[in-house]
Design a binder for this molecule. Structure first.
Ligand code: ZN
Length: 283
């Protein structure tokens, strides 16, 4: 079951948009909510995890998963609050986080993202342009909700060039976007401004600003803590060291793939970013 699900997620990643085949599978997706504090929830379904803040006068959500799930996500949020959804924040531009921007925008939800996210979505003819961000920013933004506000910080050149981490108010909770894949090789989108060293630096910068009790909604995987995130950084640094050594020994990229990483990293491999793809990213 687990393997099957990863397989499907991988397929969707590869093709970006939900194909007819994948669309049929959307019917089976269940959106599940987990309460993290008085006003903060994490929703899982298919695609990047969703964060929900139930404010005094409206709901703010972070990320929107794959296209085709908007009705289910709206229904799940309606279970948590009678308030209207006011804002949707995108942690970055990938389709498994922005796929339902348009149906939410058509309901009057304002879409907020880093300016590079808007640029990339505007250039993608497969993206429903109704879902383009209407509020963009460069470095930091505070999104007011009642008397509180969510804090958004841009981190350049990590997973993409438009990554944003979100701090929820009055709760020790953050949404890390795809700067956090739990116990899996991360996708670092080198074709969209992603960078391995930047990814490490950005994760370390966020980790320095949180504590051991902070609840972290990862882009992909289960609710986590700082120690889980450090495990990812250590893996990236150690595997990069292995690939650098192979490179220094004169191995080509293909030869490095053939030699492989040491056995301790086997469990980090998954269908979308398997060991080969991770080695090629590092190389
Ligand atoms: Zn992503």
């Amino acid at each position: 079951m687990r393997g099957l699900k990863f397989g499907l997620i991988s397929l969707l990643f590869c093709f970006g948009m939900a194909s007819a085949h994948a669309q049929a599978n959307m019917d089976d997706v269940e959106i599940k909510a987990t309460q993290l504090s008085d006003r903060v929830y994490m929703l899982t379904g298919m695609g990047g995890n969703i964060g929900v803040y139930v404010g005094e006068d409206g709901v703010v959500m972070v990320d929107a998963q794959y296209k085709g799930l908007a009705d289910k996500i709206m229904a799940a949020i309606a279970e948590l609050s009678d308030q209207p959804i006011k804002s949707l924040i995108n942690t970055h531009f990938h389709g498994d986080h922005t796929g339902n921007n348009a149906p939410f925008a058509r309901k009057g939800v304002r879409v907020i993202a880093h300016e590079n996210v808007k640029t990339r979505l505007a250039a993608n003819e497969k993206f429903d342009q109704d879902g383009l961000p209407t509020v963009t920013f460069d470095n930091r933004l505070e999104v007011a909700s009642g008397a509180a506000s969510l804090k958004l910080q841009h981190y350049p050149e990590g997973h993409t060039d438009g990554d944003v981490v979100v701090w929820f108010p009055n709760a020790n909770v953050i949404h890390a976007g795809d700067l956090f894949f739990v116990d899996r090789f991360p996708f670092i989108d080198l074709n969209a401004g992603g960078n391995v060293q930047g990814y490490i630096d950005n994760v370390r910068a966020v980790i320095d600003s949180i504590d051991g009790e902070t609840q972290i909604i990862p882009g992909h995987g289960t609710l986590s803590k700082r120690s889980d995130w450090l495990r990812l950084v250590h893996m990236i640094e150690a595997t990069r060291e292995e690939v650098m050594t192979m490179k220094e020994q004169g191995l080509t990229e293909d030869q490095a793939v053939e030699q492989g990483l040491s056995a301790q990293w086997k469990d980090w491999s998954w269908s979308f970013i398997n060991e080969e793809r991770w080695i090629r990213t590092l190389y």
